[in-house]
Design a protein around this ligand. Structure first.
Ligand SMILES: *Cc1c(COP(=O)(O)O)cnc(C)c1O
Length: 318
């Protein structure tokens, strides 16, 4: 089952009045520094603090009534888990989130706060996917993965849809890249609404499996990378996301941790916006010149803002 722009439009219909239509921000300083005209889509201000709410809500909304009542399950310690918990609560779907037993207490508390049941597993001795599948089967829950799912991809595509509705056609769109749900959805929206735009994924330099996958023409798997971009520490693109990315993306570039910190500092100092390290990937590529933005109208997704204040202070002090 392949996902198309019609699915993104359907997702936009489900999300209307539910997801925030996040602002598109500009900065004269950013434009002066890069020579481009940059449009930042502030998904750090989305419900739950990241674009993940879009895909999670859409995937739950697309379930049949009986499935939704039985509930959904997700495995993640990050933004997808919180998004599923939040979106489930809004739609009357019980949620179970499988998290490592050493997940930060603040994240466990936030997820539980949305009403989810937390199941802890031992990340050194247990496989989270196996734990989740076992629970899903035993309890009749629907497993919603963080990126490799048509309804998740379609939901994520609504961010670029809104962006282009606001800016008009763009020359380039830069998208943070982990497993590729956001990039695949963005590509579908961009092809339909701004067909000339060159759309790039930006992943952590330490985990450039996407870049290698495009070069080889097949999904490349890497060990868990080490980067402060904790929302993009995926080891491979997905069976649904890779074909869309391979067909439609202009390319995949990378950003270093130092470039992410510089971007975080810029957003706080100049735009009064807290963007988490992963959320800075696309902007960092523009600021560091990884893609040629000078003279171009460039859309940039700031994908999320969930960073622990103490971690933020450490990054900025370093
Ligand atoms: C999940 C996430 C990403 C990566 O999204 P994929 O769909 O996995 O590529 C980027 N930024 C933030 C803030 C995220 O939470």
């Amino acid at each position: 089952m392949s996902v198309t722009f019609a699915d993104v439009e359907a997702a936009a219909g489900r999300l209307r009045g539910v997801a925030h239509r996040t602002p598109v921000l500009t900065s004269r300083t950013a434009d002066a520094r890069t020579g481009g005209r940059l449009f930042f889509k502030a998904e750090a201000l989305q419900r739950g603090g990241a674009f993940k709410f879009r895909g999670a809500y859409n995937a739950i909304a697309a379930l049949g009534e009986a499935e939704r009542r039985r509930g959904v399950i997700a495995f993640s310690s990050g933004n997808h888990a919180q998004a599923i918990a939040y979106a489930g609560a809004l739609q009357g779907a019980p949620t179970v989130i499988v998290m490592p037993h050493d997940a930060p207490a603040i994240k466990v508390a936030a997820t539980r706060g949305y009403g989810a049941e937390i199941v802890l597993y031992d990340r050194y001795t247990e496989d989270r996917e196996a734990v989740s599948r076992g629970l899903a089967e035993a309890r009749g829950l629907t497993l919603i993965p963080p990126y490799d799912h048509p309804d998740v991809i379609a939901g994520q595509g609504t961010a670029v849809m809104e962006l282009v509705e606001e800016t008009g056609p763009l020359d380039m769109i830069l998208v943070c890249l982990g497993g590729g749900g956001l990039l695949a959805g963005s590509l579908l929206a961009a092809r339909a609404l701004s067909p000339e735009a060159a759309v790039y994924g930006v992943e952590p330099e330490a985990g450039n499996d996407g870049q290698m996958s495009l070069a080889r023409g097949e999904v490349v798997r890497i060990p868990v990378p080490v980067s402060i971009a904790d929302g993009a520490l995926t080891t491979h693109l997905g069976a649904h996301t890779f074909p869309i990315i391979r067909r439609e993306a202009a390319g995949i570039v990378t950003a270093t941790d130092a470039q992410l910190v510089a971007a975080m500092r810029f957003f706080i100092e100049r735009m009064k916006l807290v963007v988490e390290p992963t959320g800075c990937l696309a902007a960092a590529a523009a600021f560091a010149g990884a893609v040629p933005v000078a003279g171009r109208r460039v859309g940039i997704i700031l994908s999320g803002g969930n960073v622990d204040p103490a971690a933020l202070a450490r990054h900025l002090a370093a």
